[in-house]
Design a protein around this ligand. Sequence first.
Ligand SMILES: Cc1ncc(COP(=O)(O)O)c(C=O)c1O
Length: 394
Amino acid sequence: MSETGQATVVEPFLPFAQPGIGQEEIDEVVDTLKSGWLTGGPKVKAFEEGIREVAGADYAVALSSCTAGMHLALLALDIGPGDEVITTPLTFAATVNVILHVGATPVLADVADDDHNIDLAQIEAKITSRTKAIMPMHYGGQPCQMDELLALARKHGLRIVEDAAHALGARYRGRPIGAISDASVFSFYPIKPITTGQGGMLTTNNQDLADRVRLLSLHGLSKNAWNRYSEKGSAEYQVLAPGFNYAMTDIQAAIGIHQVRKLASFQQRRAEIAGRYDALFAGLPEITRPFVRDDIEHAWHLYPIRLQLDRLRIGRDEFISELRERGIGTSVHFIPIHLHPYYREALNLGPGDFPIAERIYEGLISLPIYPRMEDSDVERVAAAVCEIAEAARR
Ligand SMILES: Cc1ncc(COP(=O)(O)O)c(C=O)c1O
């Protein structure tokens, strides 16, 4: 009860993200459990086919995570000690960790202020005789400028492995993300455009690369489970490389089969929410809305706003606390790589090295955007953002 004696309406907490799991996924998982094929079986094949189509690629390899896929892509491209790989500071740790895992050196190139994607001029300035590859990351689901990146890679003889963790369903100049460069790797972590709980998929048009990644994902064995344990299989195998145990299970794929069918409607709903936020923030000078290129189709994995801190009396963290007090979950994508203790020490980096990424980060807040949100949830988030910004206006 409030002081005036009226019941206070406490709205339920709105999480930053929630997966869109339906009865179909639940039934398919149960069917898988009853079938006896828990991994390396038919559901994995069917899910690979679903993603291969969406990505417009010739080959798709299902894996335990996007991280696993990026690790294997670098190995399959023979990137290792002595090599340098250029990537963005405004990404998740995994993008940089996989470069370290293969023994290569991550080299960061600052991002563009508008779309938060790696900046082409900054990449060019970082290329040396040791550079072997570029790992662009499609920030928030907005594709990088792939034609320019491909031209740069061609000019310097570099490979491209796309961290497409955010970008399933996105298009660049009409082409789906998934078969534009050497390899693209998607994530199915629960908050991603679609989920399998944990999981990832590598897509490519390069058969040798796909075969090598598959081999390395199954301990380097010459035969997978289907070829060893199915009716016509034989138990013999040879080890052709020291591989990893990075395969996706049929239980995960069972979820994915239905998720990928829902991708188009999920993506449409995400775009609708982004449009609604855009409209509701149009007259709010304290907020910069996400910039969207006109030659792409956005996956809208994230809706990141940027606070105009010079117009506000509070900082980003206080803004986030105020949203939490109003029952709204948010996130920040990302704390720039060079500000984390490990990379500062291992890569000899520190504050001031990537000023654009740092400036973006200082005002960055990812708002909830997912298909399960009701229109009223979207209005509630926007009203809270407007209220906090107006109250803290300078
Ligand atoms: C940009 C980016 N790359 C890679 C990953 C790692 O994906 P996964 O959890 O599937 O390994 C994530 C998030 O999880 C991410 O946001």
